[in-house]
Design a protein around this ligand. Structure first.
Ligand code: FAD
Length: 541
């Protein structure tokens, strides 16, 4: 039996909101239970970039919306101890894993932690888990591709000028990313950034500071000792205890809940989606506790279903639905065109001066070697807390030429990502482009007393030796999974899933394996804004 408990509760919440925004906040956190069978007008699966944009725009349009998120909330506490740290990792560091999944593998209790590593066939992939999705673990790099690189990967039918004029600024106005201020850049914590930019200039390569989703005032407080050191000592991927990171739970999702129309349901994992003919969709999910044990199973019915479980989560749900016949009209592009966003990681050593490699996060600057004759590439400096001094660690983002695909295994009932055989050593074109760029930087910066050395690892390489720590593990799997339900193929150019009315993809699964030599979150969010505007205007009644 379905019920419409949401609707009445919403009336009450809207009235309360008129009186007090603090009352509103406490109501929002109290609205977390849901009966075994519910009906709601719109469901959004996942609360990362695509899900957060969808939730806010649906809420503003007055549409009852339930956001189902597998992970927990991660509120910044006054004790500044929300997250695990690299230096002292605990169960909060990893999603349902008995050991940490990045850097050294340290035994921990199984918990609904923040970072998941998915070990697929031939490749490993990192994903964030929690209310805010990948924004909880990200560096905050907010990077728009230039037109020519955008069109190397996206269809011409998507108007870049409109994105540039309307949708990127719309996202920017909510996340409010800004470059590192000069006074912070001048501190010792950020000496690696200064060396990086100087080397780029000596090599004659275009370089600049990046827009970062960071509250630099909080970083100033870290520097003056009134907040716990986080950004300045390179603590990033498990979350930043000082509160310097502007994750989505602190902008888009807060605003979505404040509309009074959006509920977020944490610790619920969607297991299956199916069609309700003549009405909409049914979403089956399991409620878990913070140790990952199932405490309830639920079914939610909706008229409009928005898939935003990230490239890995959305693709899995769709591939399973097609294979098991719960959404039989999905087309043959479902599960295809998956890519790593063309990442490489380089560790450069041999510098004569101290680099403070592990400090000065979360990231700050980019070299834009777009006219590299072997392939356009962006190179960004990253702090790696345990890298030896005298090194610089950077990530390169190029244009990938290798694609993966998702397949359903009927014997296990599982969907797995398959990375092509023989490509375990990565994408040869990417590697050549990265090598060319780093050799140029090394050569131009060589002095009589030092010759920089660069070792390059493909971001997609499974199980390689960490050249910094010497440990063999997956330290550099794919950080930017993209694709699986791509724009113009599995979906139309506005995220409508082909073959179904009222079913949408609004996340990284829409991206064609790359966002044009840039980190993907800004483009995912801008495309989601563009999809939502059209869907709200034309589809939702
Ligand atoms: C360590 C790290 C650093 C990064 N740094 C940057 C950066 O600086 N800049 C940048 O642009 N990008 C960065 N990225 C990439 C960026 O985080 C992702 O591209 C982005 O988050 C993808 O957005 P999305 O909406 O597709 O999905 P996500 O943000 O991944 O959100 C998907 C959400 O769905 C939830 N979910 C998944 N499956 C289910 C299910 N079955 N049921 C319920 N919920 C589910 C997940 O828990 C998650 O919250 C980084 C990624 C990593 C891992």
């Amino acid at each position: 039996m379905l019920n419409n408990r949401f609707y009445n509760r919403r009336r009450f919440i809207q009235t309360a909101a008129l009186f007090s925004s603090s009352l509103m906040t406490s109501l929002a956190s109290a609205r977390r239970t849901i009966a075994q069978d519910e009906s709601v007008k719109a469901v959004v699966i996942g609360s990362g970039f695509g899900g957060a944009v969808a939730a806010l725009r649906l809420g503003q349009a007055g549409i009852d919306t339930l956001v189902i998120e597998r992970g927990r909330r991660w509120p910044i506490t006054s004790a500044q101890n929300t997250f695990a740290t690299y230096r002292k990792p605990d169960s909060r560091a990893a999603w349902l894993s008995p050991k940490t999944v990045i850097f050294d593998e340290i035994p921990i209790d199984v918990y609904t932690g923040i970072l998941e590593r998915k070990d697929e066939n031939g490749i490993s992939v990192y994903c964030g888990a929690g209310v805010g999705g990948g924004s909880l673990v990200y560096n905050g790099i907010t990077y728009q591709p230039p037109r020519e690189l955008f069109y190397k990967v996206f269809p011409r039918a998507i108007d870049y000028d409109e994105l540039d004029r309307v949708y990127y600024p719309r996202v920017h106005s909510i996340i409010k990313p800004v470059p590192i201020p000069q006074d912070i850049l001048a501190t010792n914590y950020y000496s690696s950034t200064r060396i990086f930019l100087q080397q780029a200039a000596v090599a004659g390569l275009p370089n600049r500071l990046l827009d970062m989703a960071v509250d630099w005032d909080v970083v100033r407080q870290e520097i003056n000792g009134t907040k716990v050191p986080s950004a300045i000592i390179g603590e990033v991927w498990y979350g930043m205890n000082s509160g310097a990171k502007k994750s989505l739970d602190r902008n888009y999702l807060t605003q979505a809940e404040q509309t009074g129309y959006v509920d977020i349901l944490p610790l619920h994992i969607v297991t299956e989606i199916s069609e309700v003919p003549g009405y909409g969709y049914r979403v089956a999910c399991t409620q878990i506790n913070e140790s990952g044990e199932i405490i309830a199973t639920k079914t939610i019915t909706c008229r409009y279903l928005f898939l935003a479980a990230g490239s890995m989560g959305t693709s899995r749900l769709l591939v399973k639905a097609k294979a098991t016949g719960t959404l039989p009209r999905l087309n043959d592009y479902i599960g295809l065109d998956w890519g790593t966003n063309g990442e490489t990681v380089a560790i450069r050593s041999g510098f004569p001066q101290l680099t403070n490699t592990g400090q000065g996060g979360p990231a700050t600057s980019v070299i834009q070697y777009f006219d590299n004759p072997l392939g356009s590439i962006s190179i960004e400096l990253l702090p790696i807390w345990n890298a030896p001094d005298g090194t610089l660690v950077s990530v390169g983002i190029g244009l990938p030429s290798v694609k993966g695909r998702f397949n359903y295994d009927s014997t296990t009932g599982l969907v797995k990502l398959n990375w092509p055989d023989g490509k375990n050593s990565g994408d040869p074109k990417l590697l050549k482009a990265a090598e060319f760029a780093y050799r140029l930087i090394d050569r131009k910066n060589a002095t009589s007393i030092s010759q920089p050395q660069t070792n390059i690892t493909l971001g997609s390489s499974p199980r390689r030796k960490n050249r910094v720590t010497g440990q063999v593990s997956d330290i550099f799997p794919a950080f930017h999974p993209l694709g699986g339900a791509v724009l113009g193929k599995a979906c139309d150019l506005y995220g409508r899933v082909i073959g179904y009315r009222g079913l949408y993809v609004v996340d990284g699964a829409l991206m064609p394996g790359s966002t044009g030599c840039t980190n993907p979150s800004f483009t995912i969010a801008a495309i989601a804004e563009r999809c939502m505007e059209r869907i709200l205007a034309e589809d939702i009644v």
